[in-house]
Design a protein around this ligand. Structure first.
Ligand SMILES: *[C@@H]1O[C@H](CO)[C@@H](O)[C@H](O)[C@H]1NC(C)=O
Length: 361
């Protein structure tokens, strides 16, 4: 068995020689990822068997609950939308690594990484099929895939992105389970919880590839469906999602984090947004920057040094790392009003801009 530690060190070393991007000619033109060669998102029974082999496990084969709440249906739709996006991402990543595209040749460790990525892509396909299958069972239309574009051109940035969006999923599935529980959809909680574990295993793998500790926090950062819904759309080509309009969730305007390579120290962070996205300027003194981290009460800070430059507004806000040990994922949002917000959903309710995603570990 190879040593994970030396493997991690090695992969970091190799990742620094990422070559400039090259456009693929033979794969996924125009961001069109589906259907895959295995028929996904509509595989035949035989093709499902193949996906299950590749995933090292099966779809749940018990009967789903007899009924579901309206909010529960929204959960399933968001899950399907998210898993379809993940399948697109990991399919492309497997392609890039398999073909050793510039920036994706891992040298030693190549087979080990590829083996796991092939399992992940099939596991994500089963997550998507499970969510869309349940939607069909409840007579709601399955969510259809979009066209996508991912802002990565080398292995290291692809894994960093995967680690970030997987963290968002790990938080959002907490929200999903909470909403199922609240609405009497308890029959769906067990399966979603099993997916949380799977995504957590994946997250540990991405951390090792980045030479980070596999386990980040004692209590992972929570999320809210609207933030995940907005974040997913930053990877879809506008107008390309056939039935995203059937998902009744909020899409926020973008909040950019200008500070890069954020260190685990108390500091001011710099942000920006588009002037028009925050409404009229007389409101701005009523805006707050809110951080969601771990299972803690959201942290509210005021906007400082606000500067308007053309149609861009930049500002700073205190980031109280030391006070709250703000490791792992932090979700930042700009809200109207200063709360106090008892929990993450209350932040989403008052949010205008977000989510800004901060990763420290
Ligand atoms: C795969 O490589 C292409 C070409 O560099 C790049 O445009 C794309 O974003 C990469 N995708 C992933 C998931 O790494």
């Amino acid at each position: 068995m190879r040593s994970i530690i030396s493997f991690a060190t090695f992969s970091l070393a190799t990742l620094t020689w990422a070559a400039p991007a090259r456009k693929r000619a033979d794969f996924l033109p125009d961001g069109q990822y589906f259907p895959l060669a295995n028929g996904f998102p509509n595989p035949s029974a035989d093709q499902i068997k193949q996906i299950q082999k590749q995933a090292f496990g099966t779809l749940p084969n018990g009967a789903p609950p007899a009924s579901i709440s309206t909010d529960g249906l929204t959960n399933l739709k968001l899950l399907a939308l998210n898993e379809l996006f993940e399948v697109a991402f990991f399919t492309e990543l497997v392609y890039n690594v398999t073909n050793k595209l510039p920036g994706y040749d891992l040298g030693y460790g190549h087979e080990y990484v590829l083996d796991e990525l092939n399992a992940i892509v099939a596991q994500e396909q089963l997550h998507a099929l499970n969510a869309n299958g349940a939607l069909q069972k409840f007579n709601a239309g399955p969510i259809q895939p979009c066209k996508y574009s991912f802002p990565v051109t080398d292995f290291q940035s692809a894994i960093a992105l995967a680690a970030t969006f997987t963290d968002v999923v790990l938080g959002t599935l907490q929200d999903v389970n909470q909403i199922f529980a609240k609405n009497g959809d308890d029959g769906l909680v067990r399966a979603v919880s099993s997916v949380i574990g799977n995504e957590g295993e994946q997250e540990g793998f991405y951390h090792i590839l980045q030479n980070k500790r596999p386990s980040t926090l004692p209590f992972l950062t929570t999320g809210v469906r609207d933030f995940a819904f907005t974040a997913i759309q930053s990877f879809t080509i506008p107008g390309s999602c056939p039935n995203i309009n059937t998902i009744p969730l909020k899409t926020f305007k973008p909040l950019n984090i200008l500070t890069t390579d954020i260190k685990p120290v108390t500091q001011n962070l710099k942000f920006s947004f588009k002037k028009a996205d925050a409404g009229v300027a007389d409101w701005w003194d009523q805006l707050s920057l809110v951080y969601i981290n771990q299972q803690n009460v959201p942290v509210v800070k005021s906007l400082q040094n606000t500067v308007v430059h053309g149609d861009t507004v930049t500002f700073e806000a205190a980031f109280p790392f030391d006070e709250f040990e703000m490791n792992g994922l932090t979700i930042a949002a700009v809200t109207k009003g200063a709360g106090p917000f008892p929990n993450a959903p209350a932040v989403a309710q008052a949010a205008i801009l977000g989510p800004g995603l901060i990763e420290i570990s």
